[in-house]
Design a protein around this ligand. Structure first.
Ligand code: NAD
Ligand code: TYD
Length: 361
């Protein structure tokens, strides 16, 4: 039994960010009978320009606002008769969490609490909305800490977050779990590995390297470059979320990953080689690998992440469909085809454009 027929009004938080915008686009195409309400504060990472192609869809509504704003969130639950929450909104960059953890505590922990409390009030206390509800919390494999040379994270791996980012996500996961056990809120959690693909903000490794390599800038590789991440193409993450929304068990956790473990240095070299093939070497004639610079390591840098996605495969039949070899080429082609998007997010001009646009509403 799937929830398709009962899922009508979906509150997506953080839908103007990287994964959220890919999800909104996919969900509108796959769920023709649903409305999507995208609540996004538009921090530096949120860009409604990620969704220009669907912004006029009558089933889509954008609301600029903060998930920590309890009155606004309660109003949305009531006005829109929300029956499903897909919660992406977060501060998401580990390096920023090291430089300034306060926003991570506020949005990732207090913001998640605010949403949970609004869902509890609307669905369990006031019980104004009939039918089957779901609160899907989008989380990360980073809550499990760091692996050695072997082993994989499973849903039962002990939480051991190391960065302010992962600690704030771990805290939010615990709150979600507590709302299930204490109040019976119908929650489900997904813990996913590193995503890559279109609309990825160029502060994260892959888009940063693509952009710098294209522009002949240094390619900073932290430490010895041998840290390992398990990469998943973003659209595969979004199909996993849809699968969990339809079939996932209430109170369950599902690990999501691509089974694509790569050392950072391999990723950087691959991006350089693909760009050399597609646009030619640097103006100096040198290959782009010549731009690689090993720089000071990130403090507390987790050595290796690897996801065992066996549970979601066995129980819900989800598997990734894009290999890393395919996905990285698609991603690079997207960045080559969208230089205006990259320029606007790198210089921040998109923020002023949308600030003016929403100021008038
Ligand atoms: P992102 O930084 O690209 O986007 C975050 C979005 O949240 C932005 O649109 C931002 O404006 C919005 N936002 C931030 N604070 C807000 C607030 N207080 N109120 C409302 N909106 C707010 O992040 P992403 O990479 O798309 O990640 C989305 C979610 O997925 C996060 O919860 C993250 O922890 C999780 N996740 C990310 C990855 C990854 O590789 N990027 C992997 C696993 C899980
Ligand atoms: P990142 O994209 O920030 O994701 P996360 O820290 O959430 O895994 O970083 C991915 C890996 O790349 C991580 O091991 C840190 C490394 N890294 C670099 O070596 N150089 C960079 O400039 C960045 C941003 C990351």
């Amino acid at each position: 039994m799937t929830r398709d027929s009962r899922m009508k009004n979906i509150l997506v938080t953080g839908g103007a960010g990287f994964i959220g915008s890919n999800f909104v686009r996919l969900a509108l195409s796959r769920l023709p009978d649903c409305r999507l309400i995208n609540l996004d504060k538009l921090t530096y990472a949120g860009n409604p320009g990620n969704l220009v192609d669907i912004q006029d869809d009558p089933r889509y509504r954008f609301v600029q606002g903060d998930i920590c704003d309890a009155a606004l969130v309660a109003e949305l639950f009531a006005d829109e008769q929300i029956d499903t929450v897909v919660h992406f909104a977060a501060e998401s960059h580990v390096d920023r969490s090291i430089d300034g953890p306060a926003e991570f505590i506020q949005t990732n922990i207090v913001g998640t609490f605010t949403l949970l409390e609004a869902a509890r009030q609307a669905w369990l206390v006031n019980a104004a909305v009939a039918g089957d509800k779901r609160f899907l919390h989008v989380s990360t494999d980073e809550v499990y800490g760091s692996l050695g040379e072997t082993g994989m994270f499973t849903e039962t791996t002990r939480y051991d977050p190391r960065s302010p980012y992962s600690a704030s996500k771990a805290s939010s996961d615990h709150l979600v779990s507590a709302y299930f056990h204490t109040y019976g809120l119908p929650t489900v959690i997904t813990n996913c590995s590193n995503n890559y693909g279109p609309y990825h903000f160029p502060e994260k490794l892959i888009p940063l390297i693509i952009n710098n390599a294209l522009n002949g800038k240094d390619l900073p590789v932290y430490g010895d470059g041998k840290n390992v991440r398990d990469w998943l193409y973003v659209v595969d993450h979004c199909t996993a979320i849809l699968t969990v929304l339809h079939q996932g068990g209430v109170g369950e956790t599902y690990n999501v990953g691509g089974n694509n473990e790569k050392q950072n240095i391999e990723i950087v070299q691959t991006v350089c080689d693909i760009l050399d093939q597609k646009v030619g070497p640097l103006p100096s004639g040198e290959p782009r690998r010549s731009l690689i610079r090993f720089v000071k390591d990130r403090p507390g840098h987790d050595r290796r992440y690897a996801i065992d996605a066996g549970k979601i495969a066995a129980e819900l039949g989800w598997k990734p469909s894009v290999t890393f070899a395919e996905g990285i080429v698609k991603t690079i082609e997207w960045y080559l085809a969208n230089p205006d998007w990259v320029a606007a997010v790198v210089d921040g001009s998109y923020q002023e454009y949308y600030r003016q646009m929403y100021a008038g509403r």
